[in-house]
Write a protein that binds this ligand. Structure first.
Ligand code: Z5A
Length: 211
């Protein structure tokens, strides 16, 4: 079967990582898709993983990270991943399932950080360079539920420590973009993991029938 690029988006704790692996398993078992690669951003190449640590935990000596520096590091990490992993895999016929992709930057840096949309779009167009997911599942939960699902973690990262108002802006941006773009399917991720998985499998079934 031809390659496909599917991405999973949402706030922390929405279930993206769990669902990424379940989709992979479902595609194998139900549709016999065996060439599947999963990615998790930021990260996924040696350089991108290095940048991931800076993005999540900051640099040496607690130097404050400027919002534009954060944006540039995220896009540098993404460019490495696109050019060295995603595009070569797609060209070999692999299905790529991305745990976060460009929509995360629109939501977190555009919505949350309120970075100038023209700068964001210029960078996004240049870096993704027409690579766009065939299908995106946006797992929608409230910031309150997000925090309750992740606050057992030993250490919250820089972004996870932002106030609730930041995540309200991130979520509003996700919802706005999901309502505007046809390839984004919104899933109510407040449901149990089983219910979330089943709604995604049904969308995938529909998508296979109506490519
Ligand atoms: N970031 C950015 O700002 N801009 C960008 O462009 C990109 C990223 C790409 C990456 O953090 C950070 O980078 C992120 C955004 C920013 N920071 N914030 N805030 P990460 O890679 O460390 O983490 P994450 O991507 O946000 O994922 P996560 O926190 O690991 O959550 P998740 O993958 O969505 O969920 P999960 O790991 O599958 O599940 C988390 C827990 O919730 C687990 O115990 C599950 O069993 C439970 N869970 C999940 N779904 C359910 C349901 N439906 N019911 C009950 N329990 C559930």
């Amino acid at each position: 079967m031809d390659n496909r690029f599917i991405t999973i988006e949402g706030l922390d704790g929405a279930g993206k990582t769990t669902i990424t692996h379940r989709i992979s398993k479902y595609l194998k078992n139900q549709y016999g898709v065996t060439n599947i690669l999963t990615t998790h951003e930021p990260g996924g190449t040696p350089v991108s993983d290095f940048l991931r640590v800076l993005i999540k935990y900051g640099g040496p000596m607690n130097e404050p990270i400027n919002n534009i520096s954060e944006l540039l590091m995220i896009y540098a990490a993404r460019l490495q991943l696109i050019e060295n992993v995603i595009k070569p895999s797609l060209s070999k016929g692999y299905w790529v399932i991305g745990d976060r992709f460009d929509l995360s930057s629109q939501a977190y840096q555009g919505g949350g950080r309120e970075i100038d949309i023209l700068l964001l779009h210029a960078l996004s167009d240049r870096i993704t360079n027409t690579l766009s997911p065939d299908l995106t599942f946006y797992l929608d939960i409230s910031p309150e539920l997000s925090i309750s699902r992740i606050n057992h973690r030993q250490k919250l990262d820089r972004i996870e420590q932002e106030p609730l108002s930041f995540f309200d802006r991130v979520r509003s941006c996700y919802k706005k973009l999901a309502s505007e773009r046809k390839n984004i399917v919104t899933i109510d991720a407040t449901q149990s993991l089983e219910e979330v998985s089943v709604s995604i499998y049904r969308h995938l079934d529909w998508w296979f029938l109506h490519p």
